[in-house]
Design a protein around this ligand. Structure first.
Ligand code: PEP
Ligand code: MG
Length: 581
């Protein structure tokens, strides 16, 4: 049993056999062959060893001639490993007696070998482990046993263990079979994490290098609540996690009873509790969990989950589906937030050094009108089916807001001239996710109908911490006092100008932080569908006076850690059942 710690980004527990993807996205399938095929598999292995051996010898000669014999000896060492008799005895045993395919045997034996070298804690031997893995890869390629991006052909449940997963790869995971995932890289606020929550897949990111010590098919527990990954758990551990799964189930069953009750505090203040979605099909679960509306529809996922660039009709179909299904409840459609960690179909910018500070979001939309116009047309057209509101992301300057609004008027005129049904009198809002927008909010509010604070980006840009970088994950905290002061400032401006303000960043999905937001004066929260029941439960268990007292106390604290510890403590007093030990 091996236990690892990473960053928990999507709650829940998943247990299943590992499907391992290396840093190039290759997967080694676990294959058992029929008894009568074992001899053929062994011949295939011998042929692959011969081919790799010839290649290594050629590299040795070439490198020695160009860079000297010492450098050529790197390949001599690999050749020696490749012909190690103990290795061949073990490979032969696996193929003949355990009926492993040649590829599976190579993967298992060489991985164990590399892990044993690493465990010796000797830097020289650790380097040899890299050589062993290199030989493994060469043999597997020779055997045709490595396949790329195979996640679409799953036939049984798995836990995906990968070096990395992009938001679009995550969006395309097959929910029928993938129970959860863990990655070596990634930070707490990245969009991969957000998609995991949307798909309700327990997930852990930023674990650091660990794929060498796992084998395809090993049993894995993903504890998305605490960020623990357990490989090959013992019986006791397995049993305690099975109990935890039962506990979670009974908690969700109890919370499900709140579905038709309003998100109202104990002293009768009605809070608007909406949901954040990435895909139209999520509306079903939002309704099932009693969402008051869609507070954030991340439309860029239409790009990330399809093979081709979506047309105006594709946008229109998707939005209309959401609006119709929400049956008159408000739907806030956020315009494209592509760029940074969410790339579309065509290269929209040269490789950027700092993509989160680069051509992303509204900046990218305003520079690619052939992308932006069809989306805006589709929004106005879908608005005839219900209560649609449009929202622009990452607004930093007044000029951006004005340009976006102007374009909206232009497409409305076009639709009018073309005689296409649409509505142009829809509320227009902006996301507040850059400190500059908070500082200038008194000006912005004169030109928008509503505001929504994106705490994911607001924390990233306030604290100068890349939200998807595991190395600075401990610094990425939306409960940092600096972020809280900016939120308070937004509430004051919104109240002064009597303009609706929501918080749609992940912060509001944490019940303790949600109570803090109520105490700061926020009355409109939008959370991932997964979090609706528990946030509603927290709201219904507390009075506004209690929330104000919490906020008052929190605003005296100096560190995010103290804030979170205090909030957890208070939540434990107010709604103990939400705290799963
Ligand atoms: C945010 O930044 O808080 C937000 C809701 O937008 P996204 O997470 O999609 O960047
Ligand atoms: Mg954002």
């Amino acid at each position: 049993m091996v236990e690892l710690q990473g960053i928990p980004v999507s709650p829940g527990v998943a247990i299943g056999p590992a499907l391992v993807l290396d840093s190039d996205g290759f997967r080694i399938p676990r294959t058992i062959v029929a008894a009568e095929e074992a001899a053929d598999e062994y011949v295939r292995l011998r042929d692959a060893v011969d081919a790799v051996s010839k290649r290594l010898e050629a590299h040795r000669l070439e490198t020695s001639a160009v860079a000297g014999e010492d450098t050529g000896d790197i390949f001599a060492a690999q050749l020696q490993m490749l012909h190690d008799p103990r290795l061949h005895v073990e490979l032969g045993r696996r193929i003949r007696h355990e009926q492993h395919s040649a590829g599976y045997a190579v993967n298992q034996v060489l991985h164990h070998y590399a892990a044993a070298l690493r465990r010796l804690d000797n830097p020289l031997l650790a380097d040899r482990a890299e050589d062993v893995l290199d030989i493994e890869k060469q043999l597997l390629l020779e055997l045709g046993a490595m396949t790329r991006r195979p996640l679409s052909d799953l036939t049984e449940p798995v836990v995906v263990l990968s070096h990395n997963l992009t938001p679009s790869e995550t969006a395309n995971l097959d929910r029928r079979y993938v129970r959860g995932f863990c990655t070596e890289t990634g930070g707490p606020g990245g969009h991969t994490a957000i998609v995991a929550k949307g798909l309700e897949l327990p997930a852990i990111v930023g674990i650091g290098a660990f794929l060498d010590i796992v084998n395809e098919g090993d049993r894995v527990i993903v504890d998305g609540d605490r960020g623990r990954v357990i490989i090959n758990p013992d019986e006791q551990m397995l049993e305690s996690y099975q109990q935890r799964i039962q506990l979670r189930k009974s908690l969700s069953a109890r919370l499900a009873e709140l579905r038709d009750l309003p998100a109202e505090t104990a002293d009768g203040v009605r809070i608007l509790l909406s949901a954040n979605i990435e895909f139209p099909h999520e509306t079903a679960v939002c309704l099932q969990r009693g969402a008051d509306g869609i507070g954030l529809y991340r439309t860029e996922f239409l790009y990330l989950s399809s093979e081709e660039e979506p047309s105006e009709e594709d946008h229109y179909e998707a939005y209309s589906q959401v609006v119709r299904e929400m049956g008159g409840r408000p739907v806030v459609i956020r315009t494209l937030d592509l760029g940074a960690d969410k790339m579309g179909h065509r290269p929209l910018a040269e490789q950027e050094h700092n993509p989160f500070l680069g051509l992303r979001s509204i900046r990218l939309s305003l520079r690619n009108l052939d992308l932006f116009r069809p989306q805006l047309r589709a929004v106005l057209r879908a608005a005839v089916h219900g209560d649609v509101r449009v929202m622009f992301p990452l607004i930093t300057t007044m000029a951006e807001l004005r340009q976006a609004r102007m374009l909206l008027n232009v497409v409305a005129d076009d639709l009018n001239n073309e005689g296409i049904p649409f509505r142009s009198d829809i509320p227009v809002g902006m996301m507040v996710e850059v400190p500059a927008a908070v500082v200038m909010l008194e000006h912005f509010v004169r030109e928008v109908d509503f505001l929504s604070i994106g705490t994911n980006d607001l924390a990233q840009y306030t604290l100068a911490v890349d939200r998807s970088n595991e190395y600075v994950a401990d610094l990425y905290q939306s409960s940092d006092p600096a972020v809280l002061r900016l939120i308070r400032q937004c509430v004051e401006v919104a109240d002064k100008f009597e303009i609706p303000l929501a918080v749609c960043g992940e912060m509001s999905s944490n019940p303790g932080r949600a109570l803090l937001l109520l105490g700061l004066g926020v009355r409109n929260l939008s959370v991932p569908p997964l979090a609706l029941p528990q946030v509603k439960k927290a709201i219904r268990s507390v009075s506004i006076d209690q929330c104000r007292e919490i906020a008052c106390r929190v605003m005296k604290l100096e560190a995010a850690r103290d804030v979170d510890m205090y909030l957890l403590d208070r939540l434990g007093d107010i709604v103990p059942e939400l705290i799963l030990k």
